[in-house]
Design a protein around this ligand. Structure first.
Ligand SMILES: Nc1ncnc2c1ncn2[C@@H]1O[C@H](COP(=O)(O)OP(=O)(O)OP(=O)(O)O)[C@@H](O)[C@H]1O
Ligand SMILES: [Mg+2]
Length: 226
C-alpha cells in the first residue's frame, strides 16, 4: 500500500449554513488510516464524530479539504464512480443495525454483492459462509426482527465486510447493546480485522472498548486533539 494509507483526510472542514445559522462542525481534520489499522474516535456529543464519518464515507460533501479513499479524491470523482468505490472499498456499521426488515439475514448480507453484480448463487454462498463465521449460520433465513440485538449487530458486521472492503467505518456500533454483548461484537471486529486485514475506524463513547482498537483519537469541537 502507498504511504497515504487506505483512507486519509487533509484539512477537512464542514459547515452547515441555513439562513442565519452558520455552524462550523469540522475545523480542519487531518487523519490517515493505514491498511489493517484499527482506530477509535472518542469525543463529547456534538464534537463532530458522526459528521467526520459521513464525510470520510462520501455520504456527505465537505466544505473544504480532501478525502482520499483508495487513492481516489472523493470530491473530484463523479457520483457514479463514488457509489461504486463506496460499495467496493467501504463497509458501514451504525448504532442501529439498518438491516432491511423485509429481507432475510442472508439476503441482507448478500445485497452488497448483488449490487456489485455477482450472481445470486455465488452471493448467497459467500454470505452464508460469512454468516457462519460470525456465528449466525443457524439464523440465515430469519428476518432481522426475529434476531436479538447482538445477533443483528453481528449480521450488520457481516454485511459491512461481505465485499472485503479496505475500511469499515462504524458509528457507535455497540451503543444499543449491553456491555457483554458489546464486548462480543468488538471481539468479532478484532478477529475479522486480523483475518482479513480490514482497517476499522470506530466511534465509541466507551473508553474500555476504544482501547481495544489499538489507537485512540480524541475529537473536540471539530478537531482531532490527539
Ligand atoms: N444537518 C445539519 N445541520 C446543521 N447542523 C448539524 C447538522 N448535522 C449535524 N449538525 C451539528 O454538527 C455538530 C456535530 O454533530 P455530530 O452528529 O457530528 O456530533 P457527534 O460527535 O457525532 O455527536 P454524538 O456523540 O451525540 O453522536 C452538532 O452540533 C450538530 O448540531
Ligand atoms: Mg454521532
Amino acid at each position: 500500500m502507498n504511504n497515504t494509507g487506505i483512507l486519509q483526510c487533509k484539512q477537512l472542514t464542514k459547515r452547515y449554513t441555513q439562513g442565519e445559522l452558520d455552524v462550523e462542525v469540522l475545523k480542519g481534520v487531518n487523519l490517515t488510516i493505514n491498511t489493517g489499522e484499527r482506530v477509535a474516535i472518542m469525543g463529547a456529543s456534538g464534537s463532530g464524530k458522526s459528521t467526520l464519518l459521513h464525510l470520510l464515507g462520501g455520504l456527505e460533501k465537505s466544505s473544504g479539504g480532501e478525502v482520499i479513499l483508495d487513492g481516489v479524491n472523493l470530491s473530484k470523482t463523479s457520483a457514479t464512480k463514488l457509489a461504486k468505490l463506496r460499495n467496493k472499498s467501504l463497509g458501514f456499521i451504525y448504532q442501529s443495525h439498518h438491516l432491511l426488515g423485509e429481507f432475510t439475514v442472508l439476503e441482507n448480507v448478500a445485497m452488497p454483492l448483488l449490487i456489485a453484480g455477482l450472481p445470486v448463487k455465488q452471493a448467497s454462498l459467500r454470505a452464508s459462509d460469512l454468516l457462519k463465521r460470525v456465528g449466525l449460520g443457524h439464523r440465515i433465513e430469519h428476518k432481522p426482527g426475529e434476531l436479538s440485538g447482538g445477533e443483528r449487530q453481528r449480521a450488520a458486521v457481516a454485511r459491512a465486510l461481505i465485499n472485503k472492503p479496505g475500511v469499515v467505518l462504524a458509528d457507535e456500533p455497540t451503543g444499543n447493546l449491553d456491555s457483554k454483548t458489546a464486548e462480543q461484537v468488538y471481539q468479532l471486529m478484532l478477529e475479522l480485522n486480523q483475518e482479513l486485514n480490514v482497517s476499522f475506524l470506530v466511534v465509541t463513547h466507551d473508553h474500555e472498548l476504544a482501547t481495544k482498537m489499538g489507537k485512540v483519537l480524541h475529537m473536540e469541537d471539530g478537531v482531532i486533539t490527539g
